[in-house]
Design a protein around this ligand. Sequence first.
Ligand code: ATP
Ligand code: MG
Length: 245
Amino acid sequence: MVREELEQTLVLIKPDALKNSLTGYILSQLSEFHTGLRFAGAKVVHVTRLLAEEHYAEHRAKVFFESLLEYLQGKLHYPDEPHKQRVIAIVYQGRNAIAGMRDVVGPTNPHQARDARPGSIRALGTVVPITDEGGEVIGTRLDNLIHASANPADAEREIKLWFKPTDIPPSMRIFPTAACDTHFYYRDQRVYTTYTTGSICLAAPGDVLWDTDLEVLELVCRGADAPYSLGAVAAKYLTNLTEEE
Ligand code: ATP
Ligand code: MG
């Protein structure tokens, strides 16, 4: 198989799409018939704050960051219904997956999408004014229905953030994995190699991990600098575990 046939991108069908029953429409637009791309992995995720923060880490300093986290967590569209707060995360694979998917998705701002790319998925989104307590408009929120990775580096980071290697069939995995030979436990943003009450087992001997995740766990355990955060490793193991947060 030629490597370019295996390119992968992460798609998130966001809470506004679920609330408006656009899931089926979006999946149909993204079908292999229309895009030439195949499912490599898919899951329903109750998004924790940790996962949302890691996903949108590049926007940490922006004024809309807090509302972006609440949006991805489903808190804006389902404030009183935690059981409906979820997104559908999908890895699509195929030639030109990243740029091709961004094209079907359309521009970030739904108004621009309607002008520049009518027919794209985000052309069906909404732009919501944000007002202060006095009713003054202080900004806008972009409810744009769907996320798609912007470039190869983001795609790799995001796929590894949302998916374990074992969520993807072995023959479809494109990022290197490694076998773990020790236990790693997580509690209160720290990692341990022995169990203590209240900690969660992230990995055990024999488990298959992204090789970069294993490297981060080993470095953090030794107190050394790691290429990315422990939170980015742990988030997918803590997902759908409790009713949190
Ligand atoms: P995404 O990362 O969700 O696929 P994108 O890559 O097209 O979208 P980004 O610049 O990464 O756009 O912005 C991430 C998300 O932040 C957008 O999907 C949107 O919901 C929100 N956002 C971006 N810019 C603004 C803004 N100026 N005001 C409010 N929300 C914004
Ligand atoms: Mg983005």
